[in-house]
Every structure is written in C-alpha cells, then in structure tokens.
Design a protein around this ligand. Structure first.
Ligand SMILES: Nc1ncnc2c1ncn2[C@@H]1O[C@H](COP(=O)(O)OP(=O)(O)OP(=O)(O)O)[C@@H](O)[C@H]1O
Length: 208
C-alpha cells in the first residue's frame, strides 16, 4: 500500500508544487497524468524519497518514509520499491543478467539467478540474458527495466513514462506486463505519464 498526504516541494520560491493525495492498495494500479513540466518526475522522485518533500508524508505499508534517515531511506528503497525509470540507466559493461542481479546486490539479498531467468522468460527476453544492455532494442530494454524493478518482489512499483517511446502495440504490452507483475507479487503500481493512451487502462487516476 502506498499513500501520500499533502506533499509539497520547492525547487525555488518561483517553482513550488502541491501534489494531490494518492492512495494505492496492494495489487491496485494508479495513474498520474500530466503534460510536460507539470511535475510528474518530481512527484515520482518524492514517492521514492529520491527527493525530500518540503512537507507531507509518503506512507508505504506501515512506514512513513519521510521520517527515515538517509541511510534507512536508501535501504528501504532497495528492498521495498521497484523503479522503472524514464531512461533505464543500465550498467553498460555488464550483461542483462548481471544488471538484473544488481537489484539483489543493492538490496543486500542473495543473487537469485532463477528469478532473473523466470522473469526473462515471462517478459520475453530469455535469449538476451548474456548480451550487453546496449545490444537490445528500446522495447527490449524497457522489458529488462521492468524485470529489474520486480527482481526483489517490491511492495510498490513506480514507473516513470514507461511507454513514451513505444508504439501502440508495445504500449499495451508494457501496461499488461506491469499490471501482471504487480498482481503476481501483490505490489501497488504507480505510473506517471503524459501518455493519454494509458487513460483507459487505469480506473484510478489523477491529473497534475
Ligand atoms: N533540479 C531542478 N531545479 C529546478 N527546477 C527543476 C528541477 N527539476 C525540474 N525542475 C522544474 O520543475 C518542473 C517539473 O519538472 P518535472 O521533471 O517533474 O516535470 P515532468 O512533468 O516530469 O516533465 P516531462 O514530462 O517533460 O519529463 C519543470 O518546470 C522543471 O523545469
């Protein structure tokens, strides 16, 4: 479960944000829609406590992330959050498999090759595990990015513009995969996007 309460953030006195409250139960999905520059990435970074809010709270299950120290926040994020970034940020010198195992390493968990292989099969890149990430197409990289986000069976999946560079077919595929994965592991799924095509796939949504 993820819930926010009266989140505000300032980059400067001229750039201030007040965000709507969000509530997303386990296995549910929530869409945050907004045009370019409305603060979607800022909001997602607040949800992941990659940015510290000026005021308000971010609750994941029983934990208020805004009350944690920086070290506790980093540990909590690695264990309980799966993030699909706007750009994947892979380690290009490592294989696809090792990029997936990196999620285990960062969460201080044993490397789970069986889970990496299982996800690669489900998400359709089992043949690419030994390749470097820059040898994959954009759509394939997107699916690896989703697999990496769910490697540790997180409580919450956050996805930043996961479909912006994809055609209609791959867009609906990615949405289906994100929803399937979040339902399988019982996570809350939060997607931020300007992509109006996603509107009909999400009952719970808010506009920024
Ligand atoms: N580090 C920063 N310092 C100052 N202003 C920033 C910073 N990062 C973002 N902004 C500004 O805050 C606003 C919201 O940015 P944000 O990246 O959250 O928007 P967005 O809705 O995700 O946009 P896009 O869809 O174009 O990625 C923009 O006007 C941006 O210029």
């Amino acid at each position: 479960m993820l819930a926010t309460h009266q989140l505000t953030f300032d980059y400067s006195p001229a750039k201030q944000f007040t965000f709507p409250d969000v509530h997303c139960a386990n296995r549910e999905a929530f869409l945050i829609l907004g045009q370019s520059g409305t603060g979607k990435t800022t909001f997602l970074h607040l949800l992941a406590l990659l940015l510290k809010p000026k005021s308000g709270s971010v609750i994941i299950d029983q934990t208020d992330l805004t009350k944690l120290s920086a070290a506790e926040t980093a540990a909590f994020r690695a264990k309980h959050l799966g993030i699909v970034y706007q750009k994947p940020h892979f380690v290009s010198s490592l294989s696809v498999l090792d990029n997936l195992l990196m999620a285990n390493y960062l969460a201080n968990k044993p490397q789970d090759k069986a889970r990496a292989r299982e996800l690669a099969g489900q998400l359709g890149f089992a043949d690419h595990l030994a390749k470097k990430t820059n040898q994959l197409s954009q759509g394939e990289q997107q699916r690896v990015s989703i697999a990496r986000a769910v490697m540790n069976q997180p409580d919450v999946i956050l996805a930043d513009e996961p479909t912006s560079s994809l055609d209609d077919e791959n867009t609906s595929r990615v949405v289906t995969l994100l929803r399937q994965q979040s339902e399988q592991i019982g996570a809350s799924l939060i997607v931020v996007t300007h992509d109006q095509r996603l509107k009909d796939a999400f009952q719970n949504r808010v506009n920024l």
